[in-house]
Design a protein around this ligand. Sequence first.
Ligand SMILES: *Cc1c(COP(=O)(O)O)cnc(C)c1O
Length: 221
Amino acid sequence: MSISENLLRLKTKIPTSVTLIAVSKTKSETEILDAYHCGQRHFGENKVQETVKKYENLPKDIYWHFIGHLQTNKVKHIAPFIHLIHGVDSFKLFQEIDKQAQKFNRILNCLLQFHIAREDTKFGFDFEECQAMLYLEDFKALKHIKICGVMGMATFTDDVTQQHQEFATLKVIFENLKTGYFKHFEDFNIISMGMSEDYETAIAEGSTMVRIGSAIFGERG
Ligand SMILES: *Cc1c(COP(=O)(O)O)cnc(C)c1O
């Protein structure tokens, strides 16, 4: 199926209240433009150089989402234009994002990444660790970041019950923060969870933003 057919089919399955990020990593600018001409404006990338190059060459009304692991020394390259950074999981990274945002006179939108998968990965906060950071005076002093919600990835598995549980865990974390630390933050609203293989499960568990690549652009080489 073509990119436009894939997008149309997905739009029948995703409620309009859920934002669709088209994950275009490794895909060509021509393929991105195909999706763009179908009205798609949110695209996700996970490599800094690739994101910068695509930003420079493609229409300027695209919203670029950085969904990969971001190294502190590379924040400066995406700071001028990035719309939302999904995977922030350390105080050190927030400090650097704040510093670069200030330099470019911007406030950068970020999501707190949580480790919800049972499988071992290096990335993502656990809840206590995140809480501890949020209440640091040095963290509260960062004025050029805006935390818009949470992000997580479920275990890559056929076990749908397990995926439900892991997404439900992220939803609980979101609610705890929304009624706790972020009680007075109107912009804390995003739950970024769900990919090509598990977005329906994620939406059933409360996702507000899905990151879908292969179901739009086909398998990556
Ligand atoms: C690649 C990637 C996706 C999209 O994966 P698909 O299975 O192709 O939909 C979503 N989120 C993150 C963080 C990714 O790296």
